[in-house]
Design a protein around this ligand. Structure first.
Ligand code: ZN
Ligand code: ZN
Length: 271
């Protein structure tokens, strides 16, 4: 899908990331590549929130967000967005899966914008009902999840174009049944970037319908592909973000570690 919106003067058009006004650890956006920003997660919004990425056409202002975080970091997310563009020009938010720390802020975003929300169909019901287990909201965060509609149910294989980027939705089940990742192709250099959500390094529990078998299949699928970089799903306290290289070895290492952990925790937690 290509979304077109009116060009509007904004920092997006300058190609610069505004410097934080005070203190190096205050929320601020990070321009990872031209048109690719981190606008939330860890020290960029709130420590509980997963990483949020913004993919933008720096000429026209059109943009798509991958994950929104929760209400914990929503004010910071908005402030970060304001430094790089106009939040009202956000046309689509793609959730990597149904968890509170990845998507709950969409309930606020949809009141402030006309943007739509896309999620894999196998995770959609959890968001529509605000299920406290399946969204992790009650089960892990002791927070409510105020439900909201899913405008666009994904299957995997969908493609979108924004500026210099082509996005492809990869269905990567295991952590949850509807986990997706986004494969980003940057046309200026041909580099391919994986935004994995929690599909590679997520936790596993029956209460969120995790499947070790699905996860192993997901890892095999990812390890057959070539990625130049991947992006963090979560940042440890105080950690700065980066494009992560050496992806083949990162995936192989995650695969080995989780294979080991599965054996260590094989106490009917996994199916
Ligand atoms: Zn998760
Ligand atoms: Zn997560």
């Amino acid at each position: 899908m290509t979304v077109l919106i009116k060009a509007k003067a904004s920092n997006l058009l300058t190609g610069r990331t505004a410097a934080p006004k005070t203190g190096h650890d205050k929320p601020h956006p990070v321009r990872l590549l031209p048109g690719l920003f981190q606008v939330g997660g860890g020290l960029y919004s709130h420590s509980r929130d997963a990483c949020s990425y913004l993919i933008a056409n720096e000429s026209t202002g059109e943009c798509i967000m991958i994950d929104s975080g929760s209400h914990s970091g929503y004010d910071a997310l908005r402030a970060n967005f304001r430094q790089v563009g106009d939040i009202k020009q956000l046309k689509l938010v793609i959730g990597t899966h149904c968890h509170w720390d990845h998507v709950e802020a969409f309930g606020h975003l949809c009141q402030d914008t006309q943007t739509k929300f896309a999620l894999h169909r196998l995770d959609a019901e959890a968001v529509r009902t605000g299920d406290p287990d399946l969204t992790c909201a009650g089960f892990f965060y002791n927070e409510p999840f105020h439900p909201f509609p899913v405008d666009l149910e994904l299957e995997g294989g969908e493609t979108y174009e924004v500026g210099d980027y082509r996005l492809e939705i990869l269905h990567l089940p295991g952590h949850t049944p509807g986990c997706i990742g986004v494969k980003l192709e940057y046309s200026r250099t041909g580099q391919v970037i994986l935004i994995p959500g929690d599909s590679v390094a997520g936790a596993f529990s029956k209460r969120i319908n995790s499947s070790s078998r699905a996860w192993k299949s997901t890892m095999r699928k990812l390890m057959r592909q070539n990625f130049d970089f991947m992006l963090p799903n979560h940042l440890p306290n105080g950690a700065q973000t980066a494009l992560l290289g050496d992806v083949a070895n990162r995936l192989a290492r995650s695969n080995r570690q989780l294979q080991t952990d599965f054996h260590a925790f094989m106490d009917n937690q996994w199916n």
